[in-house]
Design a protein around this ligand. Structure first.
Ligand SMILES: [Zn+2]
Ligand SMILES: [Zn+2]
Length: 354
């Protein structure tokens, strides 16, 4: 079969490799589409510990069940599916609670195991048993189905925020994840939904997708700019002009500080994006959290429940999926796809592996 094989930083070659076969307990998926994630870009540009070359990456996968190994009681051959990324060990306390994304021995398809930038991919037995092969409606556009994985991660973060109609919402970062968060907050009835970014180009998509109000911020402290854009003076110490729900969807530590300063009483914050490992410590005025009852949440990947929710949302057309997919490339054009994402163009890039 054909696959995009990662040999190291900036070294991806599309070549013939052995087609996987389903052993006992395993399944093989015929990949239709695999979208490119920000983490795929990071692996391409910097490498990552759990991606040992030669490797096939890609984890935002939509395909068809192609082969079921002995003993697999899975969706029948030919079923249209998405494949969930986390592979739990099945033994740790998180796995026993079915929180596979938080497994103590976390592994993932498209990282530790071969992923979706290929014509076929194998789903290991543990992932099959865990329920990682998730059927989607027959008629669902595979481009749209490839958005289910990133949306599932967004829904994991949103679960903690419990946004209510009328909540004032703010999202930092107008990348695909920030735009999805804004779309979900909008759908939940938040008003306003502000999306802040330093890139005017990325902010154009905010209006185009109709997910909120763009705020072009400078690199230094953007809090005044955001409060101005939010309406009212915003400078009153009442906190009346600040936000109930805030998501940081960009890997910049200073933004987490800005988010805390823009939080209203009883606000819920999602530090959704991780920040560079070499400098993750942020000084926090914990009295600000204490007296104002502000909550800060983390979120990592997603669990199976979030995939099912995301699949239903995409199937019902609750996400403007067509407009999220701005670029399509054939598997042969994988290097071009990486160059496009490196240049920061578009929202979601989808690889057609069919
Ligand atoms: Zn992803
Ligand atoms: Zn585990």
């Amino acid at each position: 079969m054909k696959a995009a094989v990662y040999y190291g930083v900036r070294d991806v070659r599309v070549e013939e490799v052995e087609t996987p076969r389903a052993g006992a307990g395993e399944a093989v998926i015929r990949v239709l589409r695999c979208a490119v994630c920000g983490t795929d870009k990071r692996v391409y540009l910097h490498g990552q510990k759990n991606v040992v070359p030669p490797a096939i990456v890609g984890h935002e996968i939509a395909g068809l069940v192609h082969e079921l190994g002995e003993g697999v009681d899975g969706p029948p051959v030919g079923t249209k599916v998405v494949v969930a990324t986390p592979v739990g060990c099945g033994r740790c306390i998180c796995c026993r609670r079915e929180q596979y994304n938080l497994c103590e021995n976390f592994q993932a398809l498209g990282y530790d195991y071969a992923g979706g930038f290929a014509e076929y991919m194998k789903v290991p037995a543990r992932a099959v048993v865990q329920g990682n092969i998730i059927p989607v409606p027959e008629g669902l556009d595979p481009d749209h189905a490839a958005l289910i994985e990133p949306l599932s991660c967004v829904l994991n973060g949103q679960e903690y925020l419990a946004a209510q109609p009328g909540d004032r919402a703010l999202v930092f970062g107008a990348g695909p994840i920030g735009l999805m968060h804004a779309g979900v907050l909008k759908a939940k009835g938040c008003e306003p939904v502000l999306v802040a970014d330093v890139s005017a180009e990325r902010l154009e998509y905010v209006a185009e997708l109709g997910v909120g109000t763009p705020v072009h911020t400078a690199d230094d402290d953007p809090t005044e700019l955001i409060l101005d854009a939010a309406g009212g003076s915003g400078r009153a110490e009442s906190g009346g002009e600040r936000f109930d729900v805030i998501v940081t969807a960009c890997s910049v530590k200073a933004v987490q500080g800005h988010a805390l300063r823009l939080a209203r009483k009883k606000a819920r914050l999602s530090f959704f994006a991780g920040i560079p490992k070499d400098d993750p410590v942020l000084p926090i005025d914990t009295n600000h959290l204490h007296y104002n009852e502000i909550s800060v949440f983390g979120a990592f990947a997603s669990n199976l429940r979030h995939y099912h929710q995301a699949a239903e949302m995409v199937a019902r057309g609750e996400l403007p999926a067509d407009r999220f997919v701005t670029h399509r490339f054939k598997l042969d054009e994988m290097v071009q796809a990486y160059e496009t994402i490196e240049a920061g163009r578009g929202i979601k890039i989808v690889i057609d592996c069919a």
